[in-house]
Design a protein around this ligand. Structure first.
Ligand SMILES: Cc1ncc(C[n+]2csc(CCOP(=O)(O)OP(=O)(O)O)c2C)c(N)n1
Length: 193
């Protein structure tokens, strides 16, 4: 499965929720499908999109938060699975696109290419719902099921190590940051009124 196709298939599920992605290829792919003020692309801080998503999910329990992660990023911060499982926010969905590669910096193979099983690690960390979805259709149904279930879920999706031709996004990090913060504040105000 191509990650770009997978993203296109689940885009309707993403667009009305808070979304935090890792940097590089997947950020550019989502941005190209259609940027929204409720999307934040966490540049530079590899491995921490899930930590940021966890913090938002805990402080905004009325809203669903979807983290889009990569295998290299998750491998750099495996402790995030234990921390997510410890707090178990029901409104957090963690999608990991596993291309067995550090695609955004040249395609060096990661440990999932030599047998590391991220779904197994997520289960053993205590994440209450772990799914594997390797086709666009199964990913779409897994995402719908996870969002309806109100249960912390990690979905591991194997994808090909193919990214966009250009990673250019006409949205500087600071602009994205301020826009996203204001969007979240407006969402919070709506809950209070
Ligand atoms: C702490 C840290 N180390 C290294 C980098 C450089 N870097 C940016 S993207 C990336 C690869 C990310 O791999 P993965 O999460 O598997 O996503 P993919 O690029 O394959 O979509 C690396 C090593 C970084 N941004 N931060």
């Amino acid at each position: 499965m191509l990650r770009a196709d997978a993203l296109q298939t689940i885009y309707p599920e993403l667009e009305n929720h808070i979304v935090v992605t890792i940097m590089g290829a997947v950020a550019a792919e989502l941005y190209t499908l259609g940027h929204r003020p409720n999307f934040f692309y966490l540049e530079h801080a590899m491995g921490l999109a899930s930590s940021m998503g966890l913090g938002i999910a805990l402080s905004m329990p009325e809203h669903k938060v979807i983290v889009i992660d990569g295998d290299g990023s998750l491998l750099m911060n495996l402790g995030t699975l234990s921390t997510m499982a410890r707090y178990k926010p029901a409104n957090l969905l963690h999608i990991v696109f596993d291309n067995e590669s550090l695609l955004s910096v040249g395609g060096f193979p990661t440990a999932t290419s030599t047998g590391t099983d991220l779904a197994g690690i997520a289960r053993a960390s205590g994440v209450p719902s772990v799914m594997e979805a390797n086709t666009p259709e199964s990913l779409k149904s897994s995402v719908s099921e996870a969002l309806a279930s109100n249960t912390l879920t990690t979905i591991i999706s194997k994808v090909e190590a193919i990214g966009p031709k250009s990673f250019h996004m006409d949205l500087p990090l600071l602009e994205n940051r301020f826009q996203f913060k204001r969007c979240l504040e407006a969402m919070q105000r709506q809950v209070k009124t």
